[in-house]
Design a protein around this ligand. Structure first.
Ligand code: C5P
Length: 218
């Protein structure tokens, strides 16, 4: 049994008490990967942004709103986890200031100043121990393979799951799984329920079982 941390869903960055920046991530892929992990007998914690789907009842769910909150929750959980799967689509930018009252309409253009948010997968990837693993996702619109390999190295991932923008808010998905050598080691397509299960089985085979075998030899 492995202890697995999964990030899932979008995050929100508020501009004022009622308006926010976000994206169309549904949490559906995180849900199916979590379900496959739970079914395989693993202990699963999901750190999720706001979603309307239901995660498997066997998983522990930590709800968060912003990317920083998602990072803080992951940092609390990661040390005691065997590995993490970054399925979430966290906002990459946040407003430099958040108004404490609803921003009034003036008839004039307004300018939003945004700063980058922390990268959760990169932060955990850079601090993982040799016995821990990290899987990232890469949603690419062009040069998918090259960008995915660059991302894998930069974020210190063990595997990257590459998909296209059609993955957002859709019930189906097509993915390539890329390993540390830059090779496509698997390719799946179909309903997210099936693709999520197949992705998890690759993680099980390539990262979880190999570590269990090494620890048995030691
Ligand atoms: O760099 P990009 O956003 O394309 O990378 C996608 C991967 O990085 C996904 O695994 C996503 O969950 C993760 N990510 C993150 N924190 C961010 C942005 C992306 O963990 N702020």
């Amino acid at each position: 049994m492995a202890k697995i941390l999964i990030t899932s869903g979008p995050t929100r960055q508020y501009l004022d008490p009622v308006r926010f920046i976000s994206n169309a991530s549904s949490g559906e892929m995180g849900r199916w990967i979590a379900r496959a992990a739970v079914k395989a007998g693993h202990d699963v914690t999901i750190v999720s942004g706001p979603v309307s789907i239901h995660y498997p009842p066997e998983a522990r769910v930590i709800p968060v709103i912003t990317t920083s909150e998602m990072l803080d929750a992951c940092l609390r959980e990661f040390d005691s986890s065997d590995g993490m799967i970054g399925v979430a689509a966290p906002c990459d930018y946040q407003p430099t200031t958040v108004s404490d009252h609803k921003i009034k309409k003036t008839g004039q253009p307004i300018t939003l100043q945004l700063i980058q948010t922390p990268d959760i997968v990169a932060t955990l990837g850079q601090q993982k121990r040799p016995d821990q693993w990290v899987v990232g996702f890469a949603l690419e619109t062009e040069d998918a393979h090259f960008r995915a390999v660059t991302k894998l190295e930069k974020k210190c991932c063990d595997l990257v799951v590459v998909n296209g923008p059609e993955a957002m808010s859709s019930s189906t998905n097509t993915v390539d799984i890329v390993d540390r050598a830059g090779e496509i080691v698997a390719n799946f397509g179909g309903p997210k329920s099936v693709v999520g299960g197949a992705i998890f089985l690759e993680i099980q085979k390539r990262l979880i079982e190999t570590r269990i075998a090494v620890s048995r030899e030691e």
